[in-house]
Ligand binder design. Structure first.
Ligand SMILES: [Zn+2]
Length: 341
């Protein structure tokens, strides 16, 4: 008579029961009139009289244990059944949504810009964020002590290097390693040592463009940039050039685009002018071409090179695309802000 083995089996079966019917079967098998325990009791009379009392006691406590366990399990089943019937458990409610990450608005804009320029034959070039003085200034026609250096408030490092103040040094690095014709964009992070406010950060993203060939003119630039903005904003955008000054381009200009909100009729975004100032650009200065190891074009039809360069603020572009009014939000890491994109 192995009561221990029977007990183990019975408890396992209670555990495995998945509903009231299954539990009832376990009850019948062990505690029913013709069940295992009843048949054990029936065979007590075959035992020597001295053992009967002890075995009988064991059987009784086993019976009691099974009754208790089955009762507890039964109550559990009934409770969940009741919940189900009272509609407290609504099986039609959708499951919990899995939270997935997504790209930062700046990354979305950067990738969109890269794709559009890629479609127009521009490839992507990269350069170091820690730059030397020569690439960041001298090679770009900004010699030491030149007042133009004040246009860029610079983070200087202890080793004499600096955090690049624009993506333009990559123009020089690329020209030195690659022969024209050149058609590149340089999306990247840049740094300015200045106070922050709604439209200024100490680090932000710029997208540099450089196109060098034999007969590149300002009209090529205007066509390309109008095409870029039109594809980016999915509407026809006009560009307007105004004379300006940058040491590394000659002539230089500020580029305005027709207002994406009012399309030129005037609104608060464009201060009723119909135009929005968006970037700086110009024809690459001969000194910059020389620093990049190229022979600049001197007169029509000579063998020299010429071309244009431009720099778009990716943060500004992102702010315009998504109508964000404070650049600092882009770097705040505020989940409430970021999950909108
Ligand atoms: Zn407007």
């Amino acid at each position: 008579m192995d009561i221990g083995g029977l007990k183990k089996m019975a408890l396992e079966e209670i555990d495995k029961a998945i509903d009231l019917v299954g539990l009832d079967n376990v009850y019948k098998k062990y505690l029913g009139k013709k069940g295992e325990i009843a048949s054990f009791f029936g065979s007590l009379k075959n035992l020597p009289e001295k053992d009967r009392k002890e075995v009988g006691r064991c059987l009784n406590s086993f019976k009691k244990l099974l009754e208790e366990k089955i009762k507890i399990k039964e109550q559990e089943f009934k409770k969940s059944l009741k919940l189900f019937k009272n509609n407290k458990l609504d099986v039609s409610i959708p499951g919990k949504k899995i939270k997935t990450g997504h790209l930062h608005p700046l990354t979305l804009v950067k990738r969109r810009a890269e794709n559009i320029f890629g479609e127009m034959g521009f490839s992507i070039a990269q350069g170091p964020e820690i730059e030397d003085e020569w690439h960041n200034f001298d090679a770009l026609n900004i010699p030491k002590n030149h007042p133009a250096r004040d246009m860029w408030d610079t983070f200087w490092l202890k080793n004499g290097k600096l955090l690049r103040t624009h993506t333009s040094p990559v123009q020089i690095r690329y020209m030195k390693k690659n022969n024209p014709p050149i058609r590149i964009i340089v999306p990247g992070r840049i740094f300015r040592h200045e106070a922050t406010d709604a439209s200024h950060e100490i680090n932000f993203y710029q997208l540099e463009g450089l196109m060098i060939d034999k007969d590149i003119s300002i009209s090529n630039f205007k066509a390309i940039i109008q095409e870029f903005f039109s594809r980016f904003f999915n509407k026809v955008i006009e560009a307007r050039l105004r004379p300006s000054f940058f040491p590394f381009t000659e002539p230089s200009f500020e580029v305005d685009m027709s207002c994406v909100v009012c399309e030129g009729t005037g609104c608060s975004v464009c201060s009723s002018t119909g135009w929005i100032e968006i970037m700086g650009a110009g024809m690459v200065h001969p000194n910059v071409l020389k620093a990049g190891g190229l022979i600049p074009r001197q007169k029509a039809k000579d063998t020299g090179w010429q071309g244009f360069a431009f720099g778009i603020g990716l943060d500004r572009l992102t702010m315009m695309k998504y109508k964000i009014d404070d650049i600092r939000l882009l770097y705040s890491g505020d989940i409430r802000f970021l999950k909108q994109f």
